[in-house]
Design a protein around this ligand. Structure first.
Ligand SMILES: CC(=O)SCCNC(=O)CCNC(=O)[C@H](O)C(C)(C)COP(=O)(O)OP(=O)(O)OC[C@H]1O[C@@H](n2cnc3c(N)ncnc32)[C@H](O)[C@@H]1OP(=O)(O)O
Ligand SMILES: O=C([O-])CC(=O)C(=O)O
Length: 370
């Protein structure tokens, strides 16, 4: 038995949710470029769950279901109020999502209908949890979700208490479309491993949130922004990046396990970053990002991934840095739950082997003699 480090190149499951073939990303066979330009996030949620684009009445039904399920139990709000104020936002989200199961009577109902209802609840409530957490830590009361608006609009509204600008809603909606699913990424794999034991959907999504948090995965978008803030201005970019590369340190937001010729989502986020920079009158983050890309791609051949330009996009939307990865989770909940439903439909326990590298034939010594 020989291990493949990081399971690189290992095909661990079949899936019809999304594909990456020759560097092209599709959700259910629809090219991400088409979806980014034309679809709303809710259409994508429907597509991922049901395998087809919704017609008008199907979409209206989903919008209604999401709207009706967006409020979170009062117990969850009370619990968030008890969290330390400076707690990591993904840790807070992970805890609150885990707790949602405690207040859902059908948390352990494994029927397909119940699992779909729980997918709707998770997709609807995760934005509400994040907005509530963001307000409560600032000593503000959470804002109840608004009926009849999109997830993107509702999230910005619940975060700020103001009706967001159309341009901000459109930008966030497109970012949600771009992050919704990505084949067998680490967090989706974590979700599938968890539910393949026939554990419940809340456990699967809680595992996934834990996996997304790390800076090699979803946490990279926050790390990118931290780097941009540390660099400060375009004039400092070259020294900072050259030093990092000379020290063989990683530049966050670059590289990818699967894409070697570039992440097809990055160009959309780059364009959005530039457009939003123009609108806000602050192109500093965008200009720095472009320079970083020139240096990293020029010297290492590494291309920006989805996390690189999303950092400046969210900053232009005045979203606090530590909510970037939770926003990724809002979007990826659609993919996680689609994969979980698919796993249940054709389940087998996921249990690979390990190549043992420790000692063998050890002789047991009683504790008094050690
Ligand atoms: C949504 C997402 O999850 S997208 C990914 C988000 N993560 C990041 O942006 C973090 C930065 N990037 C990385 O750490 C990696 O590129 C990963 C984790 C995304 C992919 O990792 P892997 O496929 O395991 O590649 P690995 O880390 O082994 O890197 C291969 C080589 O490229 C180098 N490399 C990879 N990414 C980077 C980077 N961002 N900056 C500098 N060098 C890098 C590695 O140092 C390594 O070099 P070596 O062969 O000389 O040792
Ligand atoms: O697929 C991956 O390894 C990481 C990624 O880009 C994503 O999850 O969107």
């Amino acid at each position: 038995m020989t291990a493949t480090k990081g399971l690189e190149g290992i095909v661990a499951t079949t899936s019809s949710v999304s594909s990456i073939i020759d560097g092209v990303l599709t959700y259910r066979g629809y090219n991400i470029d088409d979806l980014a330009e034309n679809a709303t996030f809710e259409e994508v949620v429907y597509l991922l769950w049901y395998g087809k684009l919704p017609n008008r009445s199907e979409l209206d039904r989903l919008l209604k279901d999401l709207s009706e399920n967006a409020a979170i139990p009062a117990e969850i709000i009370d619990q968030i109020k008890l969290y330390p104020k400076n707690v990591n936002s993904m840790a807070a989200l992970r805890s609150a999502v885990s707790s949602l199961a405690l207040y859902d009577e059908e948390a352990n109902d494994m029927s397909k209908e119940a699992n779909l209802r729980k997918a709707i609840k998770l997709q609807a409530q995760i934005p509400t949890i994040i907005a509530a957490f963001a307000r409560i830590r600032e000593g503000k009361e959470p804002i109840a979700p608004k009926a009849g608006v999109s997830i993107a609009e509702n999230f910005l509204y619940m975060l700020t208490g103001k009706n967001p600008e159309k341009i901000a809603v459109e930008a966030l909606d497109k970012a949600l479309v771009l992050h919704a699913d990505h084949e067998l990424n680490a967090s989706t794999f974590a979700a599938r491993v968890t539910v393949a034991t026939l554990s419940d959907i809340y456990s699967g999504v809680t595992s996934a949130i834990g996996a997304l948090k790390g800076p090699l995965h979803g946490g990279a978008n926050e790390a990118v922004m931290a780097m941009l803030e540390e660099i400060g201005t375009v004039d400092n970019v070259a020294n900072y990046i050259n030093e990092k590369l000379a020290n063989k340190e990683k530049v966050m937001g670059f590289g990818h396990r699967v894409y070697k010729n570039g992440d097809p989502r990055a160009k959309h986020l780059q364009k959005m970053s530039q457009e939003l920079g123009k609108i806000t009158g602050n192109l500093n983050w965008y200009n720095m990002s472009i320079q970083i890309e020139e240096l990293v791609t020029g010297q290492k051949g590494l291309k920006p991934n989805v996390d690189f330009y999303s950092a400046s996009v969210y900053t232009s939307l005045e979203i606090p840095r530590d909510l970037f990865t939770p926003i990724f989770a809002i979007s990826r909940t659609s993919g996680w739950t689609a994969h979980i439903l698919e796993q249940y439909d054709n389940n087998r326990l996921i249990r690979p082997r390990a190549e043992y590298t420790g000692p063998l034939h050890q002789v047991f010594v009683p504790i008094e003699k050690r």
